[in-house]
Design a protein around this ligand. Structure first.
Ligand SMILES: [Zn+2]
Ligand SMILES: [Zn+2]
Length: 401
């Protein structure tokens, strides 16, 4: 049982030129949700060349690679998302997007490149691995849905996955640091559509109409109280109305106003309550003004909840690879991520890898058209994720309920 520990520092350092090149290639050729065909082809070819058993076309464009270790043990999955965003890149990097209107503005190019590199490195140590590693390359994280599709197609079975690990680059954390949290680290993220139906008419004769614009204005204001007055100040929650559409001319009272937004929470009971209260408030308030409101909710993903044992394992892996000072306890975020669907079914840990370097201007927000990150984060992420996966195999992943 005493095989030499794998020198990940050396292996990742040696792989860095190739890791950076892969990330830049993916960055230059971004693909949106469920269209990650070129990305999937590259991933599948690389995994196959490394000797993994590869399954393509999982959830349309997903790829699963299985690395069978030389010894028996648990099966640990590493999940990476592959999709880009419908956004025009504004940066001028030589590896900028060559596809108009599509951009890797969240760092998923980095996640995919890291997971491919880890598969290649650990495949060379296959005989020493006490168990199996299953690499889950997921489509459609940004639109949410890739994870549930992959799960429905059986990626957590045959072989049964005991634990799931993953990382997200984070431009709010300096490069060189990782961010870990036990329990909820990402909020649930659901989508709202509220339509206010009034009665159209002449802008000069408001008394002959029911003005949905005025109702919408009241409603947007009222909705703010769901968090500020109805939710404990100690509980993370967000209600955002991000879109409003209504009206066609300065002198026409429209028939209808449509609003779209998002509800986010760490606590599942609070999530449910907020969604119910949005509908209640919208309907009651519209009625008070003689209008009608229709509320549709598209459930996105639940909160991402890290298992305590697996979060500890990541802390230790981070400490071993980078030193204890590099491991930061984070408060979590109201971002959503459908890694939640995997972690709802298996113990695991999703952690942040700092990718900001303000001195080089690499600290723009995710989903910003100027987003880019310090590529040294690829080295950090590959080392910590690979170390955590090896430790999860060696320690035996926590038993699955
Ligand atoms: Zn994103
Ligand atoms: Zn993301």
């Amino acid at each position: 049982m005493t095989s030499e520990p794998i020198d990940l520092a050396a292996a990742v350092a040696a792989a860095m030129p190739d890791l950076v090149a892969l990330r830049r290639d993916l960055h230059a050729h971004p693909e949106v949700a469920f269209q990650e065909r070129r990305t999937a082809e590259i991933v599948a070819a690389r995994l196959r060349a490394a000797g993994l058993a590869v399954q393509e076309g999982v959830a349309e464009t997903g790829v699963v690679g299985l690395l069978e270790g030389g010894r028996t043990g648990p099966t640990v999955a590493i999940r990476a998302d592959m999709d880009a965003l419908p956004l025009q890149e504004a940066g001028r990097a030589p590896y900028r997007s060559q596809t108009p209107g599509v951009m890797h503005a969240c760092g998923h190019d980095g996640h995919t490149a890291i997971a491919v590199t880890i598969a290649e490195i650990l495949a060379r140590h296959r005989e020493a691995l006490p168990g199996r590693l299953k690499f889950l390359f997921q489509p459609a994280e940004e639109t949410v849905g890739g994870a549930t599709r992959m799960i429905a197609e059986g990626v957590l079975e045959t072989p049964h996955v005991d634990a799931v690990l993953g990382l997200h680059l984070r431009n709010y954390l300096p490069v060189g640091q990782i961010g870990v949290k036990t329990g909820t680290i990402f909020a649930s993220a659901d989508e709202l559509t509220i339509a206010v139906h009034g009665r159209g008419g002449h802008g000069a004769l408001p008394h002959d109409a029911v003005d949905p614009i005025v109702v919408a204005a009241h409603l947007i204001t009222a909705l703010q109280t769901l968090v500020s007055r109805e939710t404990s100040p100690l509980e993370p929650a967000v209600v955002t109305i991000a879109m409003i559409q209504g009206g066609t001319a300065f002198n026409i009272i429209p028939e209808r106003v449509e609003m779209r937004g998002t509800v986010r929470a760490f606590d599942p009971a609070l999530r449910e309550r907020l969604l119910a209260r949005v509908a209640e408030q919208a309907k009651a308030l519209a009625r008070a003004f003689g209008a009608e409101a229709e509320v549709a909710t598209r459930l996105g993903c639940p909160a991402v909840v890290n298992d305590a044992h697996m979060a500890d394992l990541v802390r230790r892996a981070g400490g071993a690879e980078l030193g204890a000072d590099a491991v930061e306890e984070v408060a979590g975020t109201t971002w959503g991520d459908d890694m939640a669907d995997f972690l709802a079914l298996r113990p695991g840990c999703y952690f942040f890898v700092g990718s900001a370097n303000p001195a080089r201007g690499l600290d723009r927000a995710h989903h910003n058209p100027h987003f880019d990150f310090d590529e040294d984060a690829l080295r950090v992420g590959a080392r910590v994720l690979a170390r955590a996966a090896l430790d999860a195999l060696a320690n035996g992943a926590p038993p699955t309920a």
